[in-house]
Design a protein around this ligand. Structure first.
Ligand code: PLP
Length: 384
């Protein structure tokens, strides 16, 4: 069976219910499962360690990423916790310096206190990438595109370095989504997704997942799911499986809208720079188009504005909701310095380029002309 992504996202793991024929699988709202005799189950015993709704979602995610194994969690951060819980005191993690704010925070305030050392490097600079192997990392942690600067990291090249020094490479694939980028095919050991974002796509629940082709990693992740208590609810797994069916359709519209939006914004008088992976002006455009099949829906722009004016601008839009998160059908706008990256110390924030005028747009699937009109309206009220 070698169906294409559009078919897989509708059907993989989503066959009709065996018992009743229900085309849409039921929600197995149960904490526990009756056993046939002590220790003999029908495949499930307790929902913390497995539920048919998890299995269905895991099958769908495996199919989309062409992966051997998937494990689902209650959120992207639960997936991050699952991976980090496999480390030991003394282990070294090398992370890209522009990682998601809450991943930085869990390294800094939780796992570093347990003796895990995390070093940060700029993975777009050759002389820094050359330092990775010498530090003997257990894990190399990257995102691509990064949040919110949309740097593109060369996943194939980092995977080769990981292999050469016996480290495992994990790619947080949330921004690209499994539709536009397949980290395992590019050489990563683990691909992590906050399914809260594009995979679910409807901003109505949280979820996370990790896929891998390495069986020992799968065992460790399943163990973390039940031992650390990181499982999702059956209802949320069902919602995410429902959202995932339209992932390809939505991603194509996100890409089309975001590209058109970025093209307009990049010529705007008040914009210092506007970044979108599939804009030819993006500094890593060739790399982006070589490892992704679309640019996703995030556009980042740096406005030549004060902190207060930037805050006014992002609050004046009508269609764009001022909110954290991304990847839903509706457009959102976010001011990283005061929102998603408020947890990152100011000095670190400035060093990685998160200025007061930086704005991140999560472009939804609305008509892009309406989105552009909304921006123009907000801009003209600010200028007045
Ligand atoms: C949102 C996000 C996470 C965390 O996911 P939650 O579902 O909010 O816990 C991790 N990484 C990236 C890149 C994200 O955007």
């Amino acid at each position: 069976m070698s169906y294409r992504p559009e078919t897989l996202s509708v059907h993989a793991g989503q066959s009709p219910d065996e018992q009743t024929g229900a085309v849409i699988p039921p929600i197995y709202a149960t904490s526990t499962f009756a056993q046939i005799s002590p220790g003999v189950t029908r495949g499930y015993d307790y929902t913390r360690s497995g539920n048919p709704n998890f299995t269905r979602l895991e099958r769908a995610l495996c199919a989309l990423e062409n992966a051997g194994f998937a494990t689902v969690f209650s959120s992207g951060m639960a997936a991050v916790t699952a991976v980090l819980s496999t480390l030991s005191s003394g282990d070294v993690v090398i992370a890209e310096e522009n990682i998601y704010g809450c991943t930085y925070r869990i390294f800094d305030t939780v796992f570093e206190t347990f003796g895990v050392r995390v070093d940060y490097l700029d993975f777009t600079r050759e002389e820094q990438v050359a330092q990775i192997a010498g530090r003997s990392p257990a894990l190399i942690w990257i995102e691509s595109p990064t949040n919110p600067l949309l740097k593109i990291i060369d996943i194939r090249a980092i995977a080769a370095i990981a292999e050469s020094c016996g480290a495992d490479l994990i790619v947080d694939n949330t921004f690209a989504s499994p539709y536009f980028q397949k980290p395992l095919e590019l050489g990563a050991t683990l691909s992590l997704t906050s399914t809260t974002k594009y995979v679910n796509g409807h901003s109505d629940c949280l979820g996370g997942a990790v896929t891998t082709n390495t069986e020992s990693w799968h065992e460790r992740l399943v163990f973390a799911q039940k031992a650390v208590g990181l499982n999702p609810s059956p209802f949320d797994a069902w919602l995410i499986a429902r959202g995932l069916k339209t992932l390809p359709l939505r991603m194509r519209q996100h890409h089309k809208n975001a590209l058109a939006f970025a093209r307009q914004l990049e010529h705007h008088a008040a914009v210092t720079w506007c970044r979108y992976p599939f804009l030819p002006s993006h500094p890593h455009y060739d790399l982006a188009t070589s490892q992704m099949t679309g640019g996703s829906g995030i556009v980042t722009a740096d406005f030549d504005l004060s902190l207060d004016d930037t805050k006014t601008l992002v609050s004046t839009l009508r269609i764009f909701a001022l909110a954290e998160s991304l990847g839903g059908v509706e457009s959102l706008i976010c001011h990283p310095a005061s929102m998603t990256h408020a947890a990152v110390p100011e000095e670190q924030r400035r060093r990685v380029g998160i200025t007061d005028g930086l704005v991140r747009f999560s472009i939804g699937i609305e008509d892009v002309e309406d989105l552009l009109d909304d921006f123009d309206h907000a801009w003209s009220s600010l200028s007045r």
